[in-house]
Design a protein around this ligand. Structure first.
Ligand SMILES: [Zn+2]
Length: 251
């Protein structure tokens, strides 16, 4: 038996044996390479996706993890240098090719998990096409509730640092910065962690970000406040996010 959950780290006989022994689910994180404020690197959503997929697969049981799709739909972050973005049609083509490849090897359930806000809408929209592409012997699910996801981070803060709850804003904030202190602490510029645009993340703010672009809402790229991030808060954010996503996928 292979010890890793990562498809990329396994040999083909290990993958074949895993599928034969009922490891029939595979998790695919859909991340981004985009601005994350003055204190975090562009790869945040890519490496958060790597971690989230492993946490989700472990909780689902009988699941492996496909390579994270590192670049996503980030048009609304293009006002900031370095951001890469895929057209929706490009992301859909990649997701379909992932799903069809995985289904052909015998996986019977594929779960797409976005680790970047801009991928939730495109994933919800492409889901019927993904399901049609893999055929009747495989089910495709995706977690697509962006506003609901914020509640998971808020629950983590309520548990670990309730006095800092209003710093959760949804992007490069205390929650995301804390997750990075767990995942890649070497890349967190804590001395540059500052406050960004403070507003509850609701449907109205979500729609404004996608229509007007991030930079018109928050000049420094942060939604919420990045100050006060800790590894302990990060562990809680990762655990709540993974558990909440698994609960939604299983319902
Ligand atoms: Zn992010």
């Amino acid at each position: 038996m292979s010890k890793t959950l990562l498809l990329e780290e396994m040999t083909w006989p290990e993958v074949e044996a895993a599928i034969t022994h009922r490891t029939t689910t595979v998790v695919v994180a859909v991340g981004a390479v985009e601005q994350h404020g003055p204190h975090l690197p562009l790869l945040v959503d890519a490496v958060r996706g790597d971690r989230l997929a492993v946490e989700v697969a472990g909780r689902l049981g009988g699941a492996l993890v496909a390579p994270t799709i590192r670049v996503g739909c980030s048009e609304h972050h293009m006002g900031f240098s370095g951001t890469l973005t895929l057209r929706r049609s490009t992301l859909e083509a990649i997701c379909i090719d992932y799903a069809v490849s995985l289904a052909r090897h015998g996986f019977t359930r594929i779960c797409f998990v976005p680790s970047h806000g801009g991928n939730f809408g495109p994933l919800a929209e492409m889901l019927p096409d993904l399901r049609a592409a893999v055929g009747p012997n495989c089910t495709v699910d995706a977690y697509t509730d962006l506003v609901g996801f914020m509640a998971l981070w808020e629950a983590a803060l309520s548990e670990t640092a309730p006095e800092l709850l209003d710093r959760v804003g949804g992007h490069a904030d205390i929650a995301e910065t804390s997750e990075m202190m767990c995942i890649r602490p070497d890349l967190v510029r804590n001395d540059r962690a500052v406050q960004g645009h403070l507003q509850t993340f609701d449907e109205e703010l979500r729609d404004r970000i996608f229509s007007e672009g991030f930079r018109s809402v928050t000049p420094n790229g942060i939604l919420g406040d990045a100050r006060g991030a800790t590894e302990q808060i990060g562990r809680a954010c990762i655990a709540h996010a993974a558990s909440g996503i698994v609960a939604a996928l299983e319902s």
